[in-house]
Design a protein around this ligand. Structure first.
Ligand code: UDX
Length: 435
């Protein structure tokens, strides 16, 4: 099938490459010429394992190309909208400028009967609003949310847990479902569950899923706060409650908390939308979820400061990790970068490092000092703070690191190090929610 993908960031670039890899003829469109040039050359402008290979193969097959010229989408049967919906600058709500801009740009080029399938995460009610204009142009609108995780984006796109189609409540909706089924035929053949619903439910599925995940993380981080005043160990607690299949162990890793381009802004946008709908109280708990999450960043900072008996000014602190999670170069709302900035603000002599995210971090915070390698960052450090659990950091040898640093103090902001092994090598070790 001929497909277009409007917006070639994490979501759109991966979706475009994945759709081409399963045999579709895809054109990816973005307003950013640099992004289009990079993608056309097979080099994604962000770090995503597996994507360069997928892009290269898809481009070589002749089934994938990228352009800044929206008119090139005119013969596509399905147009996926994958533009961003960042947090508004003036509040917690979602900024829909890019979604509205994409639809406006697309309208003049829509072939009659073609389908626009929104993938962006939008406030509930958006699809119904957009449908009026799309249907008036003789095309159709569906909302088909995307659940990909950065770092696993290729796998999540090709082998999703589920497919959700939000379709119009009219007689033509069955045709829209058939079109999406044809797009995803290969995925559906493997038994992937597919749920067909109305627009509002499809929009809510995405925000509800992210709100649930954020709540799960903040729940265990709240338990970490209790553990810290009782001497309990939150990691064992998580293992024990996680054995209950109703709870499950995944997303119960206590630490410096969640960040990234999705969970933080999605829970804020959900709160803002619920308030607009007069149902703010229904999701009032998400404010606590957000607050607990932000408190953990300060907790890491406090542990560092306490290790210097309150005098962190001028102390050399190595910060390991800048990305919001491993296998990503994304520093949007990154707890790791936030910890570095807060310590720097307190006058600490902060040296940060990350295997992939230094360039992005430097653009946001040029005032910080960056080291290209872990050993450079560790050199003469008086405290080591691990805030993104890259394998390289998880595998650090406490004996080898001890030879580099000036003082053996480690703060494990991701509860990913073996505390016994580090203590056995003479380290003062601090975890989050651990004795
Ligand atoms: C998330 C959702 O998982 C995905 O389904 C949605 O489409 C987009 O948002 P992503 O932002 O890529 O994906 O990251 P995710 O793996 O969910 O991690 C989010 C944050 O939570 C990271 O900062 C991570 O470090 C943190 N986290 C995750 C924890 O602190 N503890 C955990 O147990 C799990």
């Amino acid at each position: 099938m001929k497909l277009s993908v409007i917006g070639c960031g994490y979501l759109g670039a991966v979706h475009a490459a994945a759709m081409a890899s399963i045999g579709h003829d895809v054109v990816g469109v973005d307003v950013d010429p640099a992004k289009i040039a990079a993608l056309s050359a097979g080099t994604p402008p962000f770090h995503e394992p597996g994507l360069p290979e997928l892009l290269e193969q898809a481009i070589a097959s002749g089934r994938l190309r990228f352009t800044t010229d929206i008119s090139e989408v005119h013969d596509a049967a399905v147009h996926f909208i994958g533009v961003g919906t960042p947090q508004r600058k003036d509040g917690g709500g979602a900024d829909l400028t890019y979604v509205d801009g994409a639809i406006d740009a697309l309208l003049p080029h829509l072939a009659p009967g073609s389908l626009v399938a929104g993938k962006s995460t939008v406030p509930v009610g958006t699809a119904a609003r957009l449908a009026t204009a799309v249907h008036a142009a003789g095309a159709r609108l569906a909302w088909n949310p995307e659940f990909l995780r950065e770092g696993f984006a290729v796998k999540d796109t090709l082998e999703p847990d589920r497919l959700v189609y939000g379709v119009a409540s009219d007689d033509d909706a069955a045709d829209d479902v058939a079109v999406l089924d044809a797009v995803y035929a290969q995925t559906l053949e493997t038994g992937t569950p597919r749920l067909v619903t109305d627009y509002a439910t499809a929009e809510l599925v995405k925000v509800a899923a992210n709100a649930f995940l954020a709540t799960k993380i903040s729940f265990i981080n709240a338990m970490a706060e209790i553990a810290e005043v009782t001497g309990a160990d939150v990691t064992t607690l998580a293992d024990a409650i996680g054995h209950d299949a109703r709870i499950g162990r995944r997303f119960l890793n206590a630490g410096v908390g969640f960040g990234g381009g999705c969970l933080p802004k999605d829970i804020r946008a959900f709160t803002a939308r619920a308030e607009e709908l007069g149902r703010g109280e229904s999701v009032a708990f998400l404010k606590n979820v957000d607050e607990i999450n932000l408190r953990r960043r300060q907790r890491v900072v406090d542990l560092v400061v306490d290790s210097f008996e309150g005098q962190v000014h001028g102390k050399r602190v190595a910060v390991l990790g800048l990305a919001f999670k491993p296998d990503s170069d994304d520093t949007r709302d990154s707890p790791a970068l936030d910890v570095a900035v807060r310590l720097h603000g307190l006058g600490a002599d902060v040296v940060c490092t990350d295997p992939q995210a230094i360039d992005n971090a430097r653009r946001q915070h040029p005032q910080l000092e960056y080291a290209a390698t872990t050993s450079e960052a560790l050199n003469d450090a008086e405290a080591v703070v691990l805030v993104t659990e890259w394998r390289e950091y998880r595998d650090l040898d406490p004996a080898a690191v001890a030879d580099l640093v000036a003082r053996k103090v480690v703060i494990d902001g991701r509860n990913c190090l073996d505390s016994d092994a580090w203590r056995a090598r003479g380290w003062q070790f601090h975890g989050l929610g651990r004795p």
